[in-house]
Design a protein around this ligand. Structure first.
Ligand code: AMP
Ligand code: TRP
Length: 327
């Protein structure tokens, strides 16, 4: 049998998983399990590069693991674990750091945004190098992510090429897998900014575990555009376009069909239909989450980390040999 291609992706455990994460990345994670050898990681070491509460962190990390399993990440088919429990990630990050230019890191837009609001630290600056290490450690061929990770993926590709040129062919150059729709779900309160875990306004995002009443209230309060009519047009109707995209992704109905069906509805009626679609789409996740218990998730994650360490070590031994740290 031909060897399956490998996929790697990660999600930060701080803040709650929202429909942007789900539509932009997680749905692809789940689908890819059918055809790829998948490695999925809760990237806790990335999450501590910004302000966080250590007293809550272990719980938040487990919550993230539970939500991902509820979304369909299947630990029997995919390797699934916490990044910090596999030390080869940080070792490779250090090594890749030695071939990363300061200039390139300084141009990362996520670093510029976060360091402005949260203050800069070395971890935040080096964040994309750790991400490159996550991916290259397992020789991943492809990486399912939302649109905001494109620049980090570009750096990962550059580092793979640079390492191979300097030390010999070791890393495949990974391809991004970015969905055509859903790669950039926008904030409900400002359709010109992406939906984000760190927005202080909870009404800006729908969480995958939000109860139906909350979803209804958030969609109802969503900022729409002046004028009327339900049309997909990012230029003049970003708020409505965002809701249309979400509805299309949750129902599987193409946007033109939704426009035809709701074109002349008022905003109020349209929003009710959007809320219903989101509620129905998220219902199985809520049910799956409720069925999970903490102890068995902890066990699954410990087993995942043990397997990941075993898999990572021979790969990492090859890197050490290539760079002259062992023979
Ligand atoms: P993070 O929450 O930053 O760990 O992101 C996890 C995944 O969700 C990454 O692949 C992101 O690109 C993706 N993602 C985050 N926010 C959005 C959004 N608003 N729309 C689409 N994808 C997103
Ligand atoms: N930086 C990614 C984000 O904020 C998370 C991440 C860390 C990641 N390592 C990764 C994504 C490796 C894909 C592959 O969303």
């Amino acid at each position: 049998m031909a060897q399956r291609k490998r996929v790697f992706s990660g999600l930060q455990p701080t803040g709650n998983v929202h429909v942007g994460n789900y539509l932009g990345a997680l749905r692809n994670w789940v689908r890819l399990q059918d055809d790829y050898d998948c490695v999925y990681c809760i990237v806790d070491l990335h999450a501590i590069t910004v302000e966080y509460d250590p007293a809550d962190f272990a719980r938040e990390r487990r919550e993230a693991a539970k939500v991902l399993i509820a979304c369909g990440v299947d630990p029997d088919r995919s390797l699934f674990y916490y990044q910090s429990e596999v030390p080869q990630h940080t070792e490779l990050a250090w090594i890749l750091g030695t071939i990363t230019g300061m200039g390139q890191l300084g141009r990362m837009t996520q670093y510029k945004d976060k360091s402005e609001s949260a203050g800069a630290n070395l971890g935040l600056f080096a964040y994309p190098v750790l991400m490159a290490a996550d991916i290259l450690l397992y020789r991943a061929d492809a990486v399912p992510v939302g649109d905001d990770q494109k620049q980090h993926l570009e750096l990962t590709r550059d580092l793979a090429v640079r390492f191979n040129a300097r030390f010999g062919d070791e890393f495949p150059v990974p391809e991004p897998i970015i969905p055509e729709h859903g790669a950039r779900v926008m904030s409900l309160q400002n359709p010109l900014a992406k939906m984000s875990k760190s927005d202080p306004d909870e009404g800006s995002r729908i969480l995958v575990l939000d109860p139906p009443e909350t979803i209804k209230a958030k969609v109802k309060r969503a900022v729409t555009d002046s004028g009327k009519g339900i049309r997909h047009d990012w230029e003049s109707k970003p708020g409505i376009s965002n809701l249309l995209e979400m509805m299309s992704l949750f129902t599987g109905t193409p946007i033109p069909d939704l426009e035809a069906e709701h074109g002349s509805s008022g905003y109020g009626a349209f929003k009710e239909a959007v809320a219903e679609a989101v509620i129905a789409g998220l219902a199985p996740i809520r049910a799956g989450y409720a069925a999970l218990d903490d102890a068995s998730v902890d066990e699954v994650m410990a087993r995942g980390a043990a397997t990941a360490r075993e898999m990572a070590e021979p790969y990492q031994a090859r890197v050490r040999r290539r760079i002259g740290l062992s023979r």
